[in-house]
Write a protein that binds this ligand. Structure first.
Ligand code: OSB
Ligand code: MG
Length: 370
């Protein structure tokens, strides 16, 4: 049981080492909400995976901040002594808003585990101490620039390359990458930019031996994904469409995908993420850990999750240098074998550097239990 005494929210901003473009927009900096909770026994940290605009999902930073301030934090304080495994039910009166809910659940869980001296990885049931890393490569200004970027990532040792695609910047780019690198593990992520009538694009992509095609169609359409999956050989992987373990079950039953990308924030936190993992395992569907360009706080959380047994493919959690010149935490550094170590200290196993956190902060608000 944990009693949260106070909550501090910060909006932080850190420049990205290069712009990151997807089918829904471009970012040049990482801007996110960081929660710090203080319990009777420890401090805990949680990073919200929402972005500046509601384009990957319905949530966005200012919205998440207000939902936490006006609904989730008051409910958490009113609940008093609360078991982190019951926190989701304390928050259930708020419809949706998984990223905001996950932020507080992560922070409370981190505090609880720090108080016990136990690592998040051990709590979740980790079976490995390092995690295979891929890179998600944004839509580049040209094919030459893309090939140069990929060459750099492969030289660093990354085990899988994921290309962001959008209509018009897809088959030709993938062909060029495949010709340059015939053997690499390669996938694409459309972030819901296509329609079922674009099936010819995916038939063309079938020729390149891709590991998967991630979220090709509308985020709310499991049915159309099941139709597309029947029409193509490449495995469909769902990201945006999977918001819960129930969605994972529906998608598996329907045959909407053969692989699931798990992002703990997208599904409302680590406990639901573990349930998604378990449902997928039940259906023989491999999962891998996605990312949202998190700082070291969120990426350490992801590394613990990715140590569970059904995370069978390299994930999107990359080293600090792929995102930031300076992170909030000590840099996470890629090992020679293309892995990142799973943090084994108490809780998420890393701490934000106070000076860097302060320098990155644009706004702070504190809430106390009455
Ligand atoms: O769809 O997986 C995605 C980043 C922001 C929003 C959505 C996605 C991504 C990525 C980057 O692909 C993954 C990462 O390096 O964190
Ligand atoms: Mg994705």
């Amino acid at each position: 049981m944990t009693r949260v005494r106070s909550l501090e929210l910060r909006l932080v901003a850190i420049p990205l080492v290069r712009p990151f473009r997807t089918s829904f927009g471009e970012s040049t900096e990482k801007v996110c909400v960081i929660a710090r909770v203080e319990t009777d026994d420890a401090l805990g940290w949680g990073e919200c995976v929402s972005d500046v605009e509601p384009n990957f999902s319905e949530e966005w930073n200012d919205g998440a901040w207000n939902v936490i301030r006006d609904f989730l934090a008051p409910a958490m304080f009113a609940a008093g002594d609360v078991d982190v495994e019951r926190l989701a039910s304390v928050f259930a009166f708020v419809r949706g808003n998984p990223m905001a809910k996950a932020t507080l659940e992560n922070a409370v869980l981190d505090a609880e585990l720090r108080a016990q001296g136990r690592s998040l990885a051990s709590y979740l049931g980790a079976v490995r101490d390092r995690v295979g890393c891929g890179v998600s490569v944004g839509i580049a200004p040209s094919t030459d620039v893309l090939l140069e970027q990929i060459g750099g990532y492969l030289a660093e040792g990354y085990l899988r390359i994921k290309l962001k695609i959008e209509p018009g910047t897809d088959v030709d780019r993938v062909r060029a990458v495949r010709e340059a690198y015939p053997e690499i593990l390669l996938s694409v992520d459309a972030n819901a930019a296509y329609r079922l009538t674009d099936v010819e694009v995916f038939r063309a992509l079938d020729e390149f031996g891709l590991l998967m095609v991630e979220q090709p169609l509308h985020h709310e359409d499991l049915w159309e994904h099941s139709l597309l999956q029947r029409e193509i050989r490449t495995d469909v992987c769902l990201d945006e469409s999977i918001r819960s373990a129930a969605d994972a079950r529906a998608a598996s039953e329907l045959g909407s995908c053969r692989i699931v990308n798990i992002k703990q924030g997208r599904v409302g936190g680590l406990l639901e993420a573990k349930r998604v993992h378990d449902v997928a395992a039940e259906f023989g569907v491999p999962v891998w850990c996605g990312g949202m360009l998190e700082t070291g706080i969120g990426r350490s959380t992801n590394l613990a999750l990715a140590a569970l047994p059904n995370f069978r493919l390299p994930g999107d959690t990359s080293a600090t240098s792929r995102y930031f010149a300076e992170d909030l935490t000590e840099p996470l550094v890629l090992e020679a074998d293309g892995t990142l170590p799973v943090p084994n200290g108490p809780g998420i196993g890393v701490d934000p550097d106070p000076a860097r956190l302060e320098a990155a902060t644009r706004r702070t608000e504190r809430f106390e239990k009455e």
